[in-house]
Design a protein around this ligand. Structure first.
Ligand code: LMR
Length: 355
């Protein structure tokens, strides 16, 4: 009996060993064909950069340019892998994904950062920047830096502001010429209470929905319209499902490029230097590229679609400003009186320079 047990035990060990050895000899030892790109892979640092817009947009092109510069300046030892069109995370998910370490770099629109700090709402105030020069000073000067630094308390490293440009209205219920034209209409907007307050003030209903659901919401008739930059209207083909486009330039749309602070702190000084230098070069390049791209894509919309276009005249813009301006007073406590005051000072300075 004892002999039989020993015999059975030996057979079991034999079977386990045979399966183990067999499995390992069947595994492809060199599954991947040789590729010199993979040489030194273990020495390579890879950062995943996720965003929600198309590649032919200011943010899409800036992300690609940043990746190219980092690759070049690090001799291929640092790679930025860009995921566009919300293919990894939607705008609603990406901040948590960054905090969880599922992605390393994101560039959400600043309008969506109210969940981190109400200060960000200052950039959503109506007609906040009278022109591009004011915008450059606003986002790259004292106000912009203060906003990026405010991310620290959330454990986030703010790297830069990338502008997209100014927002326009599109709708199927138009044309939109005067503020009263918004009354009773329904719009998809970004996740921002400051933007919502403006639609409320003008008697419009607003739905805070993700960017990538916008086309379907319009097509299904759930909303009449939306507000966005020309580049987003063009690259997501909103012009195919909207009848009216109003060039209103009524608000700013731009991005805060950010990393998780812990991930940033783990990098060597040299890696941080390479990332920052590439980021600064990309940011300066984007300031002009975003203007150019929006202009080119407006021409493409004019050529390729039957959308009915209206450009607000100076007098019409004055009426929009007068009607929307009470928002500054209404929200200044929530956003921060000092910050709103600084922004109003900048706005006035550029208004005067413009005349
Ligand atoms: C939007 O949600 O409309 C924009 O923030 C999308 C983007 O990232 O430009």
């Amino acid at each position: 009996m004892k002999k039989t047990r020993i015999y059975l035990f030996m057979i079991s060990i034999g079977i386990v060993l045979a399966v183990f050895i067999g499995y390992h000899t069947l595994l492809p030892q060199n599954a991947l064909p040789y590729d010199d790109d993979q040489e030194g892979l273990s020495d390579q640092i890879v950062f995943k950069f996720s965003h929600v817009v198309a590649e032919n947009t200011p943010k899409g092109q800036a992300a690609a340019k940043f990746a190219e510069l980092v690759d070049k300046n690090s001799n291929g030892t640092i790679k930025i892998v860009v995921f566009s069109n919300g293919s990894l995370f939607s705008d609603i998910e990406e901040i948590n994904a960054l905090k969880d370490g599922q992605v390393h770099i994101i560039a959400p629109s600043t309008s969506k950062l109210g969940m981190l700090s109400t200060d960000w709402g200052v950039l959503d105030l109506p007609y906040v920047f009278p022109n591009y020069e004011a915008m450059v000073e606003g986002i790259h000067g004292k106000i912009g830096n203060q906003l990026l630094n405010s991310l620290e308390k959330e454990g986030i490293k703010g790297l830069a502001h990338w502008s997209n440009g100014f927002k326009q209205f599109t709708t199927n219920n138009g044309p939109i010429v005067v503020p009263e034209d918004l009354r009773g209409q329904t719009f998809r907007i970004m996740q921002s209470d400051v933007i919502k307050a403006q639609f409320d003030l003008l008697g419009a209903e607003s739905h805070q929905e993700s960017f990538n659901s916008t086309y379907n919401l319009i097509e299904a008739g759930t909303v009449d319209g939306e507000e966005n930059t020309i580049s987003n209207i063009y690259s997501k083909k909103f012009y195919n499902v909207q009848k009216y486009l109003t060039l209103s330039n009524h608000g700013y749309l731009g991005y805060a490029v950010m990393m998780d602070q812990k991930v940033w702190d783990q990098q060597t000084e040299n890696t941080q230097k390479i990332l920052l230098e590439a980021m600064n070069e990309t940011t300066t390049w984007n300031d002009l590229n975003s203007i150019k791209l929006n202009e080119e894509q407006l021409e493409l919309i004019k050529q390729n679609s039957s959308i009915q276009l209206h450009e607000l005249t100076k007098t019409e813009i004055e009426k929009w400003k007068t009607d929307l301006d009470p928002i500054y007073e209404e929200l200044s406590k929530t956003i921060g009186e000092e910050l709103v005051g600084e922004m109003q000072e900048l706005r006035m300075r550029f208004e005067v320079e413009k005349q």
